[in-house]
Design a protein around this ligand. Sequence first.
Ligand code: URA
Length: 246
Amino acid sequence: MTSELIRLPKYLARSGLASRRAAERLIAEGRVKVNGIPVSEPGIRIDIRRDRVEVDNIPVENTPERKYYLLYKPVGYLSTVRDPFGRPTVMDLLPRNVRKGLFPVGRLDMDTEGLILLTNDGELAFRLTHPRFRVKKTYQVTIKGRPLEEKLLQLQKGIILEEGRTAPAKVKVISAGKKKTVLLITIHEGKKRQVKRMCQAVGHPVISLKRISYAFLNLDGLQPSDYRALTGEEIRRLYALVELKP
Ligand code: URA
């Protein structure tokens, strides 16, 4: 029997158990065993055919069926799997048999609506949210007031936030009024509350925010709370986008 060696966090991510970062945490917390022995070294490679991996003493299956869904998240739902305070999460919008093992790719704020992906493919999720792959996200943003040209330029060039300057963004005005303006803003980063903080920084707080596209995916044909499975072609394109081999 030939051996196939892969790093333990990658194995855990591929099994759909956790994102790669979360897998590294599980290892650091001493919750992962290989052949019955606890490991704490994330760099360890395992042979997926021979080695037996357990998390919290429960065997981890090698590559279960991978699942990929696109959801139109409505306002009022958290984009987490579980909420310790019992608030509604995106998982509540999926039937029990669909939601099993899934987790959201990245985050949308509770009061943000729009496109969010859900999968059990930890490796793809890790790459889609990694800054290296610069996956584009477009937001329809309603802001207070009518921004001057120089403010729009500032948004385009980059805004200085606590953690540093934001990368250049694409900004398009859809409609402008005295009270409110609707913009399309495209960014490829995923800093926390990034769009809201960018707009706030130029003096135009966000009234409402909707993610209308993620990479080449959009919300066509979907209403809030609707979801659909990605097609094989869409999955292949996502893999190619983040340089992942199927
Ligand atoms: N930027 C934000 O400010 N909020 C989101 O939910 C997504 C991007």
